[in-house]
Design a protein around this ligand. Structure first.
Ligand SMILES: *Cc1c(COP(=O)(O)O)cnc(C)c1O
Ligand code: SF4
Length: 340
């Protein structure tokens, strides 16, 4: 599976001369720049000025390269383009659909389910997915920044029922290596923590983040490391992504994928099966398929629950069981994700 070479280059899987930080700094930030980059005319798709003022567009070039040229309906483009539909107010679509502001015992720590906590390590992401359920999240008040981190660690140390810490955000892999070292070594010093889990889209959208320094940090701890990556369409998984995933796996990291069911992106059986096939080709297990969270500005991605169930049933009837992700919805008071 690990095809390109046996030595991990300093800069990572794509062999570009730009570091992942430079690639991130140069990411596409204007809707018309994105359209032109994929061969469409500036202005050919209308966009919401209001929405990008609140949640700007951000697309690294390595990710934009996987968008088909001249195709306004491309499934990757559709995930990142700020359509005018974002302006439509739709009842039920709100800013904090999961009421996350109410479940933080310590700033930046969400404790909703037994035996695991989720840490909002940063507000930053390498990409801005337009359907993101945390697009309005009050990060300034709720990030486990360096100051709050100490309190969070003490909280985790004191609660022996916590066996796993999920590093989320934002995207935890946008943090510097120094900060990640701090976080991982603090967690490694807590006996009752068995696993450190990363919820990250970087192996997909910026594969060069999986470089030798990161792999060293991840393998310096004796805790198990789990990665839950996030991809929604088979076209996202190119050879550079395969390389970043196989690097993680070679270092003993379990890699799972979660997706969101999105109208016009992956709401057909063929598309979901192709995604699962491509994931399993990369030894990645499809873990969850989430129903869209009703976050303001994302209603145009909604598919009905009935359609979602029909899709899963059709998948179940045509492919190996482990290619079928669990269809779930996140509910405010659930003791876990709710299986549909
Ligand atoms: C999704 C989520 C988890 C993880 O749930 P798993 O079913 O273990 O993947 C944990 N905490 C919070 C707050 C979550 O939203
Ligand atoms: S990577 Fe995740 S947290 Fe970041 S914008 Fe996309 S869905 Fe939201």
């Amino acid at each position: 599976m690990f095809k390109k070479r046996d030595i991990i280059p300093r800069t990572g899987p794509t062999m570009q001369s730009l570091s992942w930080q430079e690639q991130l700094a140069q990411a596409i930030r204007q809707p018309n720049d994105l359209l032109e980059y994929v061969g469409l005319m500036a202005g050919s798709i209308g966009y919401s000025h209001k929405a990008i003022a609140q949640f700007p567009i951000r697309v690294p070039h390595v990710f934009a390269n996987r968008i088909k040229q001249n195709d306004p309906n491309d499934p990757i483009l559709r995930q990142v383009f700020p359509y005018i539909d974002e302006d439509h107010e739709v009842s039920g679509y709100i800013k904090d659909p999961l009421a996350e502001s109410g479940v933080q015992p310590v700033k930046g720590l969400l404790q909703k389910y037994e035996s695991r906590v989720l840490s909002i390590t940063t507000a930053a992401c390498a990409i801005h997915c337009r359907y993101c359920f945390r697009r309005h999240f009050p990060y300034q008040e709720s990030t486990a920044s360096s100051q709050h981190w100490k309190t969070a660690i003490e909280y985790i140390r004191a609660d022996k029922s916590i066996h796993e810490v999920i590093l989320s955000g934002g995207d935890p892999l946008t943090l510097s290596d120094r900060r990640l070292t701090e976080i991982c070594s603090a967690l490694a010093s807590i006996k009752h923590i068995k696993r450190i889990r990363f919820h990250t889209r970087l192996p997909i959208v910026l594969p060069d983040r999986i470089n030798s320094t990161l792999l060293k940090i991840l393998t310096d701890t004796d805790k198990s490391i789990v990665f839950v990556i996030h991809s929604n369409h088979a076209n996202e998984l190119d050879d550079d992504v395969s390389t970043s995933i196989s690097l993680l796996q070679r270092f003993g990291i379990l890699v799972l994928n979660q997706s969101v069911l999105l109208k016009g992106v992956n709401d057909t059986v063929t598309s979901l099966i192709n995604l699962s096939e491509r994931l399993v080709e990369n030894n990645v297990v499809p873990y969850y398929l989430h129903l869209l969270d009703p976050v303001a500005g994302a209603a145009h991605y909604e598919t009905s629950t009935e359609h979602a169930i029909a899709l899963i049933n059709e998948m179940q009837a045509s492919v190996s069981g482990y290619l079928v992700p669990k269809l779930v919805r996140e509910e405010i008071d659930g003791t876990s994700k709710t299986l549909i």
